[in-house]
Design a binder for this molecule. Structure first.
Ligand code: CTP
Length: 426
């Protein structure tokens, strides 16, 4: 495969010369009911400033018509190679694309791409393109699990295509299982990562079992009140998505996260620090990589009231706090040989030490291999889609990751993990 272009996506111009303008993202839409979700994906990509040319297949147009794709993208749309023939559209589109996203990637489209068929504009363009190609599959579970589809996916991945795992859930009609299109926000996140860093998703974690904790624990005071924190789970979700796209088998222990599940990950739901501890220690016994991205409460109310504390019962007692277990330290204490353990540290500087000095001390104290240190406060880290950090290694290394989407930070963290896995295997 030729090297993809490394420049950042260009903003779409406002002039009306769109017929000959150079679209940077091609959105291939297969003929499945999930085609309607590709409208949302198209919107997400254009709203973040990308110029997107939709290329529906003929059968995709039976689900969502040309007018919708043209109105949402601002580009004329064709499904065959017989429109604008002098322009040789499949060659022009393929050569100028920075990224092709195929969503939904039906079983038929995956088969065509794997075998190099070229009987319409999308399949022909897939052959002329030399940029990264991201496939977001959607089909019935039986079709996804069929050996023919498994082989086609394997072929595409071997050639450098990025085939996401489908989500697990409700399919067309009443049945459910793996085969649902990953959420448009998730596809858009992976697409943006590839546009910014075309080499961000090698299959270097194939066969690696990655366990990630995400979200924030809640420690109950009574049936309606708790001590909690601002963690949204976005960083843990980004790690899960990027690890899965790099081939890992991903398990997520999630505390109080209200985001759609990352596609392809095994989900374990918990609420409190104690529940997270039990779930992590149990799952870590089968993991090659453990990432503690969750914000775990350090303290919990010592007494949990069985009934709601009523305000007419007089002035309440002071809440007495008790320490929670330090899960990361326990995970390090029972680590399997060769297991890579990553901690996160949300820090603010104080009068004695700056953020990094706190981070270095914490890395030593916790005994993990990598510590991702981010400064918190003033809208940073919690509840937002972006993050900046320094990744400290127990071997004295330090990698600075500038402000950017949480998927970028996730990719750099997993680069460091991958290097350590290779190091310990060699
Ligand atoms: N952590 C944990 N168990 C806890 C508290 C934290 O496993 N009870 C993990 C977090 O998931 C994170 C790392 O430890 O990966 C550092 O968390 P942080 O809150 O920054 O550190 P603390 O150990 O709580 O220290 P302090 O709050 O005093 O900075």
């Amino acid at each position: 495969m030729m090297q993809p272009t490394h420049s950042l996506p260009r903003r779409r111009s406002d002039d009306s010369s769109h017929v000959t303008s150079t679209p940077r993202v091609l959105l291939g839409i297969g003929g499945g009911i999930a085609a309607y979700k590709a409208c949302e994906l198209l919107r997400l990509l254009t709203e973040s400033g990308h110029d997107v040319q939709p290329i529906p297949t003929r059968s995709a147009l039976r689900f969502v018509g040309t007018a919708t794709w043209e109105a949402l993208s601002g580009h004329p749309v064709a499904w065959d190679v017989w429109s604008a023939v002098p322009d040789v559209p499949h060659v022009r589109l393929g050569r100028t694309a920075e990224l092709i996203v195929v969503a939904p990637a039906t079983a038929d489209l995956l088969a065509k791409a794997a075998h190099g068929l070229a009987d319409d504009l999308l399949s022909a363009t897939l052959l002329t393109a030399r940029c990264p190609v991201l496939y977001a599959p959607a089909m019935h579970t039986e079709m996804w699990e069929h050996p023919a589809t498994r082989d086609n996916v394997e072929t595409l991945r071997r050639r450098g295509g990025i085939v996401m795992d489908p989500a697990n859930g409700r399919l067309t009609g009443a049945d459910s299982g793996p085969g649902r299109l990953p959420e448009p926000v998730e596809i858009a996140e992976v697409a943006r990562l590839l546009l910014a860093r075309p080499d961000a998703l090698p299959r270097d974690l194939a066969g690696v079992r990655v366990l990630i904790s995400a979200g924030g624990t809640r420690e109950p005071l009574d049936p309606v009140r708790f001590l909690g924190n601002r963690s949204s789970g976005r960083q843990g979700w980004a790690l899960a998505r990027v690890a899965a796209a790099r081939g890992a088998t991903v398990s997520v222990v999630a505390a109080n996260v209200e985001l759609p599940d990352p596609a392809g990950a095994r989900m374990i739901r918990v609420g409190t620090a104690e529940q997270m501890r039990a779930a992590m220690l149990d799952a870590a016994a089968q993991a090659d990589v453990v990432v503690m991205a969750a914000a775990v409460a350090d303290f919990r109310p010592r007494d949990t009231h069985e009934h709601k504390i009523k305000k007419d019962a007089g002035e309440p007692d002071a809440v007495v706090l008790a320490s929670t277990p330090d899960i990361l330290t326990e995970l390090v204490a029972v680590r399997r040989t060769g297991q890579v353990i990553v901690g996160f540290a949300a820090e603010t500087g104080d009068a004695e030490r700056d953020v990094l000095a706190h981070g270095r001390a914490k890395l030593v104290r916790k005994g993990c291999d990598l510590l991702v240190v981010n400064a918190v406060g003033e809208g940073k880290a919690f509840g937002v889609d972006t993050n900046a950090a320094v990744i400290l290694g127990s071997d004295g290394t330090s990698v600075e990751v500038g402000h950017g989407p949480k998927t970028h930070l996730a990719a750099v963290v997993l680069d460091a993990v991958s290097a350590r896995l290779i190091g310990s295997a060699g």
